[in-house]
Design a protein around this ligand. Structure first.
Ligand code: NAD
Ligand code: UDP
Length: 317
């Protein structure tokens, strides 16, 4: 047991990022309460810990208040893929606003520190490139992505108002596109889509001409950044992402060539408000947290592809 045993609440702990965080904290000997409503999370992601004396699993929706005794709240609950967060946009906005409000209320009551999983989407379709934390963003308030983008923006605002009004200890991470094992095969995000399509022998679907860019961070690197942020003294907001920037076409070619170079790339319409470019400036994370990603896209794709290969039904030729 570590000397300072922490009681951790991880909202969204059964999801993609949350479950990797559960693993890290459990392996470090801490206590973990995993809270999830299973909208996009799966029990299979945390099944390895069920029954462990330091682990508890709660089915709960963060839009409802809850009372618990904890030291740290890792607030990740919120669907992250556009397909999922646009499924019920009003619920997404409620999850972001009410969920963060409820978790901050809990943090204030029990004196816990709260880390918010915010997003690069607060920068919208950015006119500044790469995006530093000081950039205030270019966000459509009424488009199909707004429930998520604006939801996270108001969640950040709530964090800073609780901090200023009540002295609540807060940490705000602006997470850029993250990938790795345990992404859902049907969540519509680009890395999982391309890998699943390639493994099934289907054409890879480029939205638009594939010239838009993203910067992809492997999940282990992100989790290390979240832990450093929570343990450190900076409130943030702090960008956590991999500055390696790729066009979506480059990503498609890399995935295809690693699985089946004969596959076709096809172009489909670009979704409304799809940001044209995105790359984190991570000077602040380097300086404040001594953090930078260590896993390249090529290295990170390998275990991700292996995960999908092992978990998908793949047609035999
Ligand atoms: P995910 O969809 O895999 O995980 C979200 C989890 O939250 C799921 O387990 C889901 O069931 C749960 N959840 C959703 N609504 C809930 C509610 N109302 N009450 C309780 N639980 C609820 O997504 P992820 O990729 O693991 O993202 C985790 C967090 O990180 C999210 O807050 C997301 O906005 C943020 N983030 C992720 C990325 C990324 O690229 N993965 C990028 C930026 C920000
Ligand atoms: N995208 C794509 N093909 C797909 C899925 C996504 O070309 O099958 C594009 C999408 O239009 C966007 C980028 O890939 O430009 C990243 O999409 P994702 O949904 O993963 O993340 P976000 O748009 O939220 O950054």
């Amino acid at each position: 047991m570590p000397e300072t045993l922490q009681r951790n609440l991880i909202t969204g702990g059964a999801g993609f990022v949350g479950s990797h965080l559960v693993d890290r904290l459990m392996e470090a000997g801490e206590e973990v309460i995993c809270l999830d409503n299973y909208f996009t999370g799966r029990k299979a992601n945390i099944a390895q810990w069920i029954g462990h004396p330091r682990f508890e699993l709660l089915r709960h929706d963060v839009t409802e208040p809850i009372r618990l005794e904890v030291d740290r709240i890792w607030h990740l609950a919120c669907p992250a893929s556009p397909v999922h967060y646009q499924h019920n946009p009003i619920k997404t906005a409620k999850t972001s606003f009410l969920g963060t409000y409820n978790m901050l209320g809990l943090a204030r009551r029990v004196g816990a520190r709260l880390l918010l999983a915010s997003t690069s989407e607060v920068y919208g379709d950015p006119e500044v490139h790469p995006q530093p934390e000081s950039y205030r963003g270019c966000v459509n308030t009424i488009g199909p992505r707004s429930c998520y983008d604006e939801g996270k923006r108001v969640a950040e605002t709530l964090c800073f108002d609780y901090h200023r009004m009540h002295g609540t200890e807060i940490r705000v991470a602006r997470i850029f596109n993250t990938y790795g094992p345990r992404m859902l095969p049907d969540d519509g995000r680009v890395v999982s889509n391309f890998i699943v399509q390639a493994l099934r022998g289907e054409p890879l679907t480029l939205y638009g001409d594939g010239s838009q860019t993203r910067s992809f961070c492997f999940v282990d690197d992100l989790v290390e950044g979240l832990i450093r942020l929570m343990n450190g003294s900076s409130t943030g907001p702090i960008n956590l992402g991999n500055p390696g920037e790729f066009t979506i076409r480059q990503l498609a070619e890399q995935v295809r060539d690693g699985i089946n170079p004969a596959l076709e790339l096809i172009c489909l319409p670009l979704p409304q408000d799809d940001p044209l470019q995105r790359q984190p400036a991570i000077d602040l994370a380097r300086r404040e947290l001594g953090w930078e990603p260590s896993v390249s896209l090529e290295q990170g794709l390998e275990p991700t592809i292996a995960f999908f290969r092992a978990s998908l039904p793949i047609p035999t030729p």
